[in-house]
Write a protein that binds this ligand. Structure first.
Ligand SMILES: Nc1ncnc2c1ncn2[C@@H]1O[C@H](COP(=O)(O)OP(=O)(O)OP(=O)(O)O)[C@@H](O)[C@H]1O
Ligand SMILES: [Mg+2]
Length: 278
């Protein structure tokens, strides 16, 4: 299996408060053609971990450790070097497409921008490629001239998918990309991402709160709690035979399809008393 990303000893803290770690000693690897889901409660450090890989961490924060992408340590790159990788070799999709798309530019123009910046495409070749990408994500090529507000939420997220895969990245990072969508559209986007990942043999890092999503698309699962990875393994291991008390607690508050399971809220007092993390 080709290793695409290898993170080791990743710590993230506020520069002005370096001893209070927001992300603690995080380590994991991603391989080509595989999807790893990160789950965990709000504030557990999922987005900070993803932002570090994209080189988009806030200036107020400092990340230390190793983030090897195709053998290159991203933490050693300057802004310009990182810009040439971001969007080209590492694609990204975020939760709310309206905040990532520019409302005054057509979606075709915005997809085209990625290709002209990283691949130098222009004119007819560029227009053709934009049309192909739209078709690939299930939108008719003639919608290239539409503005974001003329598209539905699901279509806008498809445009974001088209932008993120335009340069055929080796790694795709998706931070809760379907949370704002209704369940049927969510299922369509998940299927689309899964197909593209298989076809292009990308490594996919997928952040979600939703165990339904995990069971649909994950190969591997990482569980984060208070800045640490408390459990990691194959989907079958983590969902079928969870070992850590927080993972068990998290799974206990997910409803089953029949709605017959007794749901238990997470007992934070117990987790604190037993010092499971943090
Ligand atoms: N720029 C920042 N300055 C200070 N603290 C920050 C900053 N960004 C994030 N944090 C803190 O770091 C912690 C981890 O944040 P992060 O965004 O990674 O959480 P998350 O797991 O993605 O949560 P969610 O599920 O809500 O998106 C949180 O406690 C958050 O308040
Ligand atoms: Mg987040």
């Amino acid at each position: 299996m080709t290793e695409i990303l290898n993170i080791a000893h990743l710590n993230i803290a506020l520069k002005k408060e370096p001893t209070r770690l927001l992300v603690k000693d995080v380590a994991f690897q991603l391989s080509a053609g595989k999807t790893t889901c990160i789950v965990g409660e709000s504030g557990s450090g999922k987005s900070l971990t993803a932002l570090t890989v994209m080189g988009l961490l806030s200036q107020q924060l400092l990340a230390t450790g190793q983030v090897l992408f195709n053998g290159v340590d991203l933490t050693t790159l300057n802004n310009k070097e990182m810009q040439s990788i971001r969007g080209a070799q590492i694609g990204m999709i975020f939760q709310e497409p309206m905040t990532s798309l520019n409302p005054v530019l057509t979606v075709g123009y915005q997809i085209g921008e990625v290709l002209s910046a990283h691949k130098g495409l222009k004119g007819e070749t560029l227009a053709l490629k934009v049309g192909q990408l739209l078709t690939q994500v299930g939108i008719s090529a003639d919608r290239a001239n539409s503005y974001p507000d003329e598209l539905s939420g699901g279509q806008r997220q498809r445009v974001m998918v088209a932008m993120s895969i335009a340069c055929e990245p080796a790694l795709l990072i998706a931070d809760e990309p379907t949370t704002a969508l209704d369940v049927t559209v969510q299922a369509q986007i998940l299927t689309l991402l899964d197909e593209l990942k298989n076809r292009m043999q990308m490594a996919m890092l997928f952040i979600t709160h939703d165990f339904g999503v995990v069971s649909d698309i994950a190969d591997d699962v990482i569980v984060m709690f208070r800045g640490e990875i408390v459990e990691a393994g194959s989907k079958e291991q983590v969902l079928g035979n969870p070992q850590h008390p927080y993972t068990k607690a998290l799974l206990d508050c997910v409803p089953d399809v029949a709605g017959k399971k007794t749901l238990k809220p997470i007992d934070y007092a117990w987790l604190n008393q037993n010092k499971v993390a943090g």
